[in-house]
Unconditional design. Structure first.
Length: 132
């Protein structure tokens, strides 16, 4: 068994909003069942609408305040010390509503069969059906 004391993150991602770093994954440390990372979201910014079709996602709010929007559910106010579980397949986004950066640790599992299938990005606005 490989014990990893310090995880080097993959290159930070900024294409979904905020700055996300994957710390524990198959690529970074050989994880086989989940990923874990951290996200920093600037004041007034958000992580765009997305879903995880292969696993649940857990969030732990380290610092800051915000709102998690989960489609079909009430929005959830979050603050330092809160933990939230987002079930598999639920479309969600995260907004910083506070006056300081929002710092979140996230974990998701089980893993998707391919890395690109683990995070499904969605349009910013909900698309209304067009009349025929």
């Amino acid at each position: 068994m490989k014990v990893q004391r310090k995880c080097n993150s993959a290159a930070p991602m900024t294409d979904k909003g905020g700055v996300m770093e994957i710390l524990v994954s198959p690529k970074t440390v050989g994880a086989r069942h989940f990923i874990m990372g951290r996200a920093t979201i600037a004041v007034g910014e958000n992580i765009a609408r997305h879903a995880h079709d292969y696993g649940d996602e857990a969030l732990y709010i380290v610092d800051g305040r915000g709102i998690i929007h989960i489609e079909g559910e009430d929005s959830i106010d979050i603050a330092s010390g809160d933990a939230v579980l987002i079930p598999q397949g639920h479309v969600h986004s995260l907004s910083n509503t506070g006056s300081t950066p929002l710092f979140v640790v996230f974990a998701s599992g089980p893993l998707a069969p391919r890395p690109e299938a683990g995070h499904r990005n969605l349009p910013t606005q909900v698309q209304e059906p067009q009349p025929a």
